[in-house]
Design a protein around this ligand. Structure first.
Ligand code: ANZ
Length: 856
């Protein structure tokens, strides 16, 4: 008991809490609920510091809310399907299930060592049949709602992982989010979910999410990418309708050619014999390019003429129809009217192929001429050369000219106003083994038939061959061949599995009723707990997981299972944990810290060059990782937690720094000594107050209740753990400075310090609490509530000035009126001394601050 030794107490308390089931989700409903949720991890086998940060944050919130009288659900699970397990199977010949469950066991132990208070009875594991049965059931809900369909489509193909990817899984450079491989294009028949049906709602309801970071809302809005404009019907010379989508129908008079996508259905029909060969070659070249390569800004424009013309409806002018890969088939109508004077891509195209450029918007004070323009003008101005629109104010933002153009088009029967979204349907098929099987049977007569609910789950067969190319499931005839649930004839199972984001789009709905064998969840239980009150996780999911989960929630609501519109009321995206790297600025190489001899002037051991030190995301390749278990072994979980919480606000990046870890270890040691040597006896949370408190006692009470108030404020709504920890330090200092150890107020202070510390450093808090003689766990106590009376100071300090010069201070009762302050000041020794022999001409009183005498 004499020295703080984390290793001697932490596992003891972890066991005690487990036995007392302190983290168990209460079933009584007389308390308000609080659903705390952390993004569940992929079971890679080892916790990293990023995990430690999220789970610590959520644990503080969960422990705090329990102490504040909420019934708390703080569950944990495993996002357990996915490629790493399958790759381990291929590389090390170990079954993905075996690998995954071994990892889960290991990570669960590591989480327990951190003192995270998860309710393990609510655990879900997405690769377990009792969970994925319901993922399959969810998929069939989409089928029943008409929100799942199969389509032959050009898809993003990851050549390393040998599977397709959703658009959301391809980064801005056209690379796979997982393997980093350059994504290829491939034509495959795949399952899609119609997330586009919910585009408008997903956009609108972002307004409800005022507990989300603005940045994430903006990213989702941009991803959904709503644009308003018009569809305009052009006629080709041959008489076909060629419909375009444009956001600038007002520039129709400036359309001097048209561009259609290489995949456009009219290509063949439009192309003249003379152009046929060139067009074929161009289509083949475009097919090999990724979307990013085709549409990236600043790329040299390519294209080919079809040989055909269209008629511009506004002036019957003949304009050539071109094919170019910067027009995508899956956006708008796959065809555009090109207005080179006002659209930069069209401008570059016109320059390259020597096509006409006609200015129809004139910026103020300028006269643009298509022949001399050097770039497109996309800003506002006045409409010219535009028939009925002439003279109108132009510009997308102003909207006048756009609305007038839409009106004109509708009157003429040439087009109409429309809305477009960038969001595409969600491609969920994956050609891999370790995923949730899609519960569909393909029958030659009945088509794609859903597996009936009572035959779910469609279990993954265990005996599969991982080596070689292609999906292991497709090669397993005994599994593939089955009979049609509808007509009984021989049929084949769908061999694709689901995108793992399917599994994670609804896990938070399962937690409240995690063990229900008969239902996905009882609606009353789901509705009791949903929505999640506080979600914490990484910004990398700003679009993918968070958008899919919102989509699932709306569909589940529309199926009548839940009544909430949105799954996550508040969202905290925690910053990264960064480690110190030693980098050679000349060759960009990272040096292993063990190879450095002088850390004050680090040099490259190979070249002798000076190294720079920078903080970057922890990773093996940068030699800057810190293993959580090493930190826990050395300092204990409480110190690790305190450091992580104190070092940076939760949404900011955090630089790992051993000196600051030491700092927190020292702080906890001081608390240990303070409490152990306090002589205070346990009061089981009841405090008595002295009848006639001394001035020092009043001051200490003020410190106690100020800390309580500040910490409560810091932990309400947004969670400013770092400033809360500073308040704990202040209170600890105030208690150290207090000398009357037998004071009742001192006892209140020592108890309160531990209660306030409990969510942050739960082990040391419970140990010291018991050492004082308190019986029940500290985690079952009420979190302190600040007393308003104790917060106000009895006395305030007033500065005395004479002729603007400060001469000293006096203490006055905090309740003094302006006149009383003036009186007390005038009669004070300080004032008497400095105005002796002078007449007071004027007295200036600034209540609460100072009194200034103008005396001559
Ligand atoms: C004529 C025009 C004139 C345009 C002008 C823009 C400026 P957002 O905002 O993204 O919806 N476009 C339409 N469909 C396309 C496709 N499938 N592939 C590539 N580009 C396409 O952009 C809509 C604008 O992008 C449309 O408005 C069209 O060009 C082009 F001064 O039409 B615009």
């Amino acid at each position: 008991e004499s020295r703080y030794t984390p290793s001697a107490i932490e596992s003891k308390w972890q066991q005690a809490w487990a036995e007392q089931q302190l983290a168990k989700t209460p079933t009584d409903s007389d308390k308000p609920k609080f659903y705390a949720l952390s993004m569940f991890p992929y079971p890679s086998g080892n916790l990293h510091m990023g995990h430690v940060r999220v789970y610590t944050i959520v644990d503080v919130i969960a422990r705090l809310k329990r102490m504040q009288g909420f019934r708390v659900l703080n569950p944990m699970g495993w996002d357990a399907f996915g490629l790493p397990a399958e790759n381990a199977a291929i590389e090390r010949n170990i079954h993905p299930a075996k690998w995954t469950y071994a990892n889960i066991k290991q990570m669960q132990q590591q989480l327990d060592q951190l003192g995270i208070s998860f309710d393990w009875d609510k655990q879900v594991t997405t690769c377990s049949p009792d969970y994925y049965k319901w993922t399959q059931w969810m998929f069939l809900q989409f089928v029943q709602a008409g929100l799942a369909y199969q389509k032959e489509a050009v898809v993003n193909w990851d050549p390393i992982d040998q599977t397709v990817l959703a658009n959301e899984q391809v980064d801005g450079e056209g690379k796979s989010w997982r393997s980093g491989a350059k994504v290829e294009r491939k034509l495959l028949r795949q399952w899609f979910l119609k997330i586009t049906d919910y585009a408008e709602q997903l956009l609108q309801d972002l307004d409800q999410l005022d507990g989300w970071p603005e940045r994430v809302r903006l990213m989702q809005a941009n991803w959904i990418g709503k644009s308003t404009g018009a569809q305009v019907t052009f006629k080709t010379e041959a008489g076909d309708d060629l419909v375009v989508y444009t956001t600038r129908p007002d520039t129709l008079w400036g359309a001097s050619f048209m561009v259609i996508s290489p995949e456009h259905p009219l290509v063949e029909k439009l192309t003249t014999a003379a152009q046929a060969e060139a067009v074929k070659a161009y289509q083949a070249a475009a097919a090999a390019k990724s979307e990013v390569d085709r549409t990236a800004e600043g790329k040299e424009k390519t294209g080919v003429w079809t040989g055909a013309y269209a008629i511009n409806p506004v002036d019957e002018a003949k304009i050539p129809i071109w094919i170019a890969d910067y027009v995508m088939m899956d956006y708008g109508t796959g065809a555009i009217m090109a207005v080179p004077a006002h659209d930069q891509r069209d401008f570059e195209f016109a320059k390259k192929f020597d096509l006409a450029i006609k200015a129809v918007v004139q910026p103020e004070g300028e006269t643009l001429d298509g022949k001399t323009m050097t770039a497109a003008w996309s800003g506002g101005g006045t409409m010219t050369n535009s028939g009925p629109l002439d003279g109108i104010t132009a510009g997308k933002e102003v909207g006048q000219s756009v609305n007038a153009a839409i009106q004109w088009l509708e009157d003429q029967g040439r087009g109409n106003g429309t809305v477009n979204y960038r969001l595409r349907d969600w491609l969920i098929s994956r050609q891999r083994y370790w995923g949730c099987p899609i519960p569909i049977i393909h029958c030659p007569d009945c088509g794609a038939v859903p597996v009936p609910d009572d035959q779910l789950p469609v279990e993954l067969p265990e005996d599969v061959e991982f080596s070689g190319k292609g999906s292991p499931l497709a090669k397993l005839d005994s599994w593939v061949n089955t009979s049609c649930p509808s007509c009984g004839k021989p049929a084949k199972r769908e061999t694709d599995t689901m995108d793992t984001f399917m599994c994670s789009s609804w896990y938070f709905m399962r937690y409240p009723d995690a063990q229900n064998p008969d239902q996905v969840f009882k609606p009353e239980v789901g509705n009791d707990w949903m929505p999640v009150d506080q979600y914490v996780g990484g910004i990398e999911h700003a679009i993918l997981h968070l958008l899919y989960s919102r989509f699932f929630t709306k569909v589940v609501r529309d199926r009548g299972l839940l009544i909430c519109d949105e799954p996550f009321k508040r969202l905290l995206t925690q910053g990264m944990v960064q480690g110190k790297t030693y980098k050679n600025p000349n060759n960009g190489q990272y040096v292993i810290p063990q190879d450095i001899t002088d850390f004050d002037n680090p040099t490259d051991p190979k070249t002798g060059e000076a190294l720079i030190t920078v903080y970057e995301k922890m990773s093996k390749s940068k030699h800057n990782g810190i293993a959580p278990s090493d930190v826990v072994d050395k300092y204990g979980a409480d110190t690790a937690r305190m450091f992580i919480l104190f070092k940076a606000p939760p949404e900011k990046d955090l630089e790992w720094d051993d000196a600051d870890v030491e700092g927190q270890a020292r702080f906890l040691s001081r608390v240990w000594r303070l409490v152990s040597e306090s002589g205070v006896k346990g009061t089981n949370g009841q405090f008595k107050l002295p009848k006639a408190p001394t001035k020092a006692e009043k001051e200490l009470r003020r410190a106690i209740h100020t800390a309580t108030q500040e910490i409560t404020d810091d932990l309400t709504d947004d969670f400013q753990f770092n400033t809360a920890v500073s308040e704990l330090m202040k209170l600890s200092n105030a208690l150290s400075d207090f000398k009357t150890k037998d004071s009742l107020v001192y006892s209140e202070g020592i108890h309160t310090l531990l209660l306030l510390l409990a969510p942050f450093a739960p082990h040391i808090a419970d140990e010291l609490w018991h050492n004082l003689g308190n019986r029940e766990s500290i985690h079952l106590q009420r979190f302190p509530i600040a007393e308003a009376d104790a917060l106000v100071a009895d006395e305030i300090t007033i500065v005395i000035q004479v002729m603007g010069k400060t001469r000293g201070t006096i203490e006055v009762p905090a309740t003094s009126s302006k006149a009383e302050i003036e009186d007390l000041a005038k009669n004070s020794d300080i004032a008497q001394k400095h105005i002796a022999g002078k007449t007071i001409k004027k007295t200036i009183v600034v209540p609460g601050k100072l009194v200034n005498f103008v005396a001559v």
